[in-house]
Ligand binder design. Structure first.
Ligand SMILES: C[S@@+](CC[C@H](N)C(=O)[O-])C[C@H]1O[C@@H](n2cnc3c(N)ncnc32)[C@H](O)[C@@H]1O
Length: 353
């Protein structure tokens, strides 16, 4: 536990920072962990674990592309055998070329065909009679109306649970992703691609894969990209896939980001195991979700109630950040860190070098 870095803070103070003498001083809520350190792109400081801890911040250092990041562009793999896929036709795959793309697995002799918006790399891709049964938490986001509303109000409601908003979350994630800047990143369960688009436009990554199970979320992402002028389309590829069966070559990925998604995944442990498989040594996972602790722990039989709700909805109700630390550790990820604000948590861990 000594290696664990936890910060429990009130991020709302970052949204209205006090700025004495050119430095931002952010006040944090009481914290129960012994010593804390957070480094993010636009601030660096030590958070102390006393009744009122604080962090002094300084302006961002210039982003430097880190050495050792992956330069291999051939990272897509067959979801059946995990052997690399061969692209037929276009010399590179991006959001602009998926409609004419064909990816072939020479081992399974299966061809994956792209459509206008994305390439479908599920094991069940192309099947006409059979469809995988998925839990409601996954199926909900496949509905065209939910996909349409997601970035038009639905996601903004997460602020009620303490989510600081996409710009602030992006800044926080960049802090954790610093060791892998310049490499490739998968935005896992990207939804309508709010972060995938930011990753692509930031110029901080060589390639961004926006991955989701919902074809309608991917459609929304495609439409948002189409509406933007000067979007770096060559950097972004949209992939339909199941988080528990990632279509990437083992040890080929520098970073995986998963915003507000792990609670929707049918099996978080299978998903984190898959993420661990595809991350290269030193590769980083950063994820956000909700933790239902605090007032929720006073609800009688909350454990039993949340279990039942999980069985019905497929949504997982996490009750402490230690669950993520345990999960990451069990899947071979190290250096667990996390930040809290009310029900919001962002955590990160990496593949050992
Ligand atoms: C709440 S949204 C998060 C979207 C976005 N990342 C964000 O930060 O707002 C959860 C996403 O998880 C996706 N999802 C659910 N089950 C999945 C699965 N088995 N494989 C891949 N994605 C899945 C949903 O389609 C949905 O887009």
């Amino acid at each position: 536990m000594a290696s664990t870095t936890h910060i429990i803070g009130n991020l709302s103070s970052w949204l209205h920072p006090i700025q004495p003498n050119n430095s931002r001083r952010c006040f944090f809520k009481p914290c129960t962990f012994p010593i804390f350190k957070l480094k993010a792109t636009n601030f660096a400081g030590t958070v102390r674990a006393f009744s009122t801890a604080f962090i002094d911040t300084k302006p961002a250092d210039e982003i430097v592309v880190e050495k050792g990041v992956s330069t291999n562009k051939n990272v897509l793999a067959c979801p059946i055998c995990y052997e690399p896929l061969t692209l037929i036709g276009d010399s590179s795959l991006s959001i602009d070329s998926t409609s004419t793309s064909k990816l072939q697995c020479k081992t399974c002799k299966k061809t994956y065909i792209g459509n206008k918006t994305h390439v479908d790399l599920r094991a069940a891709s192309g099947l006409k009679e059979y469809a995988d049964p998925m839990p409601p938490a996954t199926e909900l986001f496949r509905l065209p109306l939910v996909s349409f509303l997601y970035e038009r109000g639905w996601r903004q409601n997460f602020a009620l649970g303490g989510f600081p908003g996409k710009e602030k979350e992006f800044e926080l994630a960049k802090g954790y992703l610093k060791p892998v800047l310049g490499g490739n990143i998968i935005d896992a369960s990207c939804g309508s691609g709010l972060f995938s688009r930011l990753f692509a436009k930031s110029g901080l990554f060589s390639m961004v894969v926006a991955l989701d199970y919902s074809e309608n979320m991917l459609q929304q992402c495609y439409e948002f990209v189409e509406k933007e002028e000067n979007f770096p389309k060559e950097k972004l590829t949209l992939v339909r896939a199941d988080i528990s069966r990632l279509p990437f070559v083992s040890s080929s990925i520098d970073a995986v980001h998963a915003g507000a998604a792990i609670h929707c995944w049918p099996s978080p442990s299978s998903a984190v195991a898959e993420i661990s498989r595809v991350l290269r040594p030193g590769g980083v996972l950063v994820a956000t979700t909700f933790i239902l602790d605090g007032p929720f722990t006073f609800i009688p039989f909350f454990g039993i109630i949340s279990q039942k709700l999980t069985q019905i909805s497929g949504n997982r109700f996490f009750q402490s950040e230690r669950e993520f630390e345990e999960l990451c550790g069990a899947c071979g990820l190290v250096g667990f860190q996390c930040i809290r604000n009310q029900r919001f948590v962002m955590f990160s861990a990496r593949k050992p070098s």
